[in-house]
Design a protein around this ligand. Sequence first.
Ligand SMILES: [Zn+2]
Ligand SMILES: [Zn+2]
Length: 151
Amino acid sequence: MHEKYFLQAAETAKRATCHRAHCGSVIVSADGMVVGRGFNAPPLGDESQRTCDNEYHSDKKPKSDKTCCVHAEWNAILNALRDYPDKVAGATLYFMRIDDNGQFTQAGDPYCTVCSRLALQSGIKTFGLWNSGPQMYDTGLYNLKSYEYFA
Ligand SMILES: [Zn+2]
Ligand SMILES: [Zn+2]
């Protein structure tokens, strides 16, 4: 049952305009309704805000999250909160990064603490990654695990 939502997240990822990665996210409410979708792209699609192509040197780079664009998860969460504000608490978020051929990739371990905190704050109960199959985390555990990831 989780698989079809990862497939939908992969479909959504095809709309990503990020130059570094194509990611998609789908949010499904506790009663089984898709309430939000998102893909990674510059803020509001504004090309003047695109930072994917910036090159930074180790001695001079922004002190910030260096992953690029607005993450698919942020967009899905923001869309869900806008369109179905009462359906986000208790929902499940599915994340997928696709390769250049549109195929599923392995997500690995949780690491993005911005996504994990935003998901937690919005009331999302379960955070799903794909690692050769659905890997479903309680969002609180996902958040804590993200802080244990050291690059
Ligand atoms: Zn980007
Ligand atoms: Zn993230």
